[in-house]
Every structure is written in structure tokens, then in C-alpha cells.
Design a protein around this ligand. Structure first.
Ligand code: PMP
Length: 307
């Protein structure tokens, strides 16, 4: 990890190495935390956070679902993120806001424990690699099922829930693949360990619905908007495992990974085994949107005030 200088913690910027917690922090024991993954890009209008308001909204929604009152307003956290980016002299970075039950109360009832907030940012290249973005990645369906909405809240971005993604990621990386695809308990395709998924067949795009056990991905939403603007039809519906094998193209979207073609699933080549033209067309506009090169999507950028 590329260390930066400062981390924002509970209202102030402090040196990176001083941003510490007690070992009896509640969230460390029981996973009582919610977080975001956000990116800032060095765009034509200066450093700008991509879909900032949507990320802050999702953080507040995740926190609310786990009964965690955030002791700051949305505006304060947005300003704090901008101050962290500017304070670290970064023009493009990954941003990780985290809200967690802190130190002071043990046991499973968390509502008496303090709620702490931190925002860190650092330079971080494409999560699944530049080559992956260019040539596609090799994915494998995990034997772990995506968390059920009957046990947890798949639409929340909550710390403890990520043990599911961690198990899937370890399993498939040990087997020599780059990303996991998780199904639900009925066998429907859900998403990657940290990305949403799309399949393309005969020029039509499909992606699982928000009622599935998936995170409401902000990149998913951006890719869908772009695909529609390019004239593609998108079906939001359940997808079976076999459809992944039969697809002409498959791609994944996520803030860390951006838009990544999938070239192989369970040792079957997807289509020709190379990124397909629908994926590449959407990826090109998506990249332009992230970097502020497409005026149609300027509204998605929140400029960071820098001196
Ligand atoms: N699904 C999961 C499980 C994730 O962790 C992520 C990353 N936040 C996504 C999907 C993609 O969401 P987004 O595009 O908002 O980053």
C-alpha cells in the first residue's frame, strides 16, 4: 500500500502513523463497521471525486441499517474527504471512509459503544491490474454462496459481511484465478467479491436486479446509464450460471476495479476469449467519464478544492 501523509479521524487530520485504535474496539471483534470505496481522478477540471454524493449517501444508508448514528453530516464528511485529498497533495487516489463501533463497550449489544469515523486515501492503481482491464481477467465461481438477505443485508456495505467476499477471494486466488463470482443459494448469479457483473449475449446486456443479494454498485449504475446512452438494451433479471458460460461477453464493475472484461470463467473462454466490442464500447465511455473527458457525465464529478 502506498502510504499517504494524513488520515482524517473523528474531525481532524492526523499523521498517517498516529491513526490508531484500541484492541478492544468493538468493530474489530464483531465486524460492526460500515465503509465506502471511492475514487478521485485527476480530471480536466482538476482532482474530482467520482459520484461523491452517491457514495456518501450509501455510507449513511449502510450505517443506518446497522443502527450506527454517524456523528457528522453528509456535508461534513464530503468536506472532510476533500480536505484529506488536498491535505495529502493527491490528485488521484482511492478513498476509504470507515464508520465503526469504537472502544468502550464489549458484548454484542453495540448501541452504547461510540461511533468513530475515519477517512483515508492513498494512490491505488486498478484493483485487478491494468492488464486485466485491457485483456480481461480469469474468474471462477466460488463454492461459497453470497450472503443471504435472510441472515444479513447484502445491500449494506458493512465490515462483517465482507468475510463472505474474503473467503471467496482466498478460495479462487489459491486456485489460480483473479476474481470470484458468487451465486446465491438458488444458484442465481450475484456478483464478484467486490464488483457487480454484466453478461452480454447477441448484443443484449443483462445484470442481476437490486432485489438479488448484491450491493447497489455505483459503477453498476454508471455503466448502465452509459450503456443505455450508447443505445444498448439492458435487462435487469436473474442470471443462471450456464448463462455465464454461454455469454458472448462478461464484464464486472466496481470503484476499485473500474470496468473490467472477464475473458474466462471456470476455464471456459468467454466468447472469443478477448474483450468483446460491447464491453469495450462501454469501457471507453466509462473511462472518459471517470477522467472528466466526456461532458455528458461532468455532473458525476465533484471537484476537490485545492490551493
Ligand atoms: N459488490 C460488492 C460486494 C462490492 O464490494 C463492491 C465495491 N464497493 C461492488 C459490488 C461495486 O460497487 P461500486 O461500484 O459502488 O464500487
Amino acid at each position: 500500500m502506498q502510504q499517504a501523509d494524513l488520515i482524517w479521524m473523528n474531525g481532524q487530520l492526523i499523521p498517517w502513523d498516529d491513526a490508531k485504535v484500541h484492541v478492544l474496539t468493538h468493530g474489530l471483534h464483531y465486524g460492526t463497521s460500515v465503509f465506502e470505496g471511492v475514487r478521485c481522478y485527476d480530471t480536466e477540471i482538476g482532482p474530482a471525486v467520482f459520484r461523491h454524493a452517491e457514495h456518501v449517501d450509501r455510507l449513511f444508508r449502510s450505517a443506518e441499517l446497522y443502527y450506527m448514528p454517524i456523528p457528522f453530516t453528509r456535508e461534513q464528511l464530503r468536506d472532510a474527504t476533500n480536505a484529506t485529498i488536498a491535505g495529502n497533495n493527491l490528485r488521484s487516489c482511492y478513498i476509504r471512509p470507515l464508520v465503526f463501533r469504537g472502544y468502550g463497550q464489549m458484548g454484542l449489544f453495540p448501541l452504547d459503544a461510540p461511533v468513530d469515523v475515519m477517512i483515508a486515501c492513498w494512490e491505488w492503481g486498478a484493483y485487478l491490474g491494468e492488464a486485466g482491464k485491457r485483456e480481461g481477467i480469469r474468474a471462477k465461481i466460488s463454492s461459497w454462496r453470497r450472503i443471504s438477505p435472510q441472515s444479513l443485508i447484502p445491500q449494506a456495505k458493512a465490515g462483517g459481511q465482507y468475510l463472505n467476499s474474503v473467503l471467496a477471494k482466498i478460495e479462487i486466488q489459491k486456485a489460480g484465478y483473479e476474481e470470484a463470482i458468487l451465486l446465491d443459494e438458488h444458484g442465481n448469479v450475484c456478483e464478484g467479491s467486490g464488483e457487480n457483473i454484466f453478461v452480454v449475449r447477441d448484443g443484449r446486456i443483462a445484470t442481476p436486479p437490486l432485489t438479488a443479494s448484491i450491493l447497489n454498485g455505483i459503477s453498476r449504475d454508471s455503466a448502465m446509464t452509459i450503456a443505455k446512452d450508447l443505445g444498448f438494451e439492458i435487462e435487469v433479471r436473474d442470471i443462471t450460471r450456464a448463462e455465464l458460460y454461454l455469454a458472448d461477453e462478461v464484464f464486472m464493475t466496481g470503484t476499485a476495479a473500474e470496468l473490467v472484461p472477464v475473458r474466462e470463467i471456470d476455464d471456459h473462454a468467454v466468447g472469443t476469449g478477448r474483450p468483446g466490442e460491447v464491453t469495450l464500447a462501454i469501457q471507453k465511455v466509462f473511462e472518459d467519464a471517470l477522467h472528466g473527458r466526456d461532458p455528458r457525465y461532468r455532473d458525476w464529478l465533484d471537484p476537490v478544492p485545492v490551493s
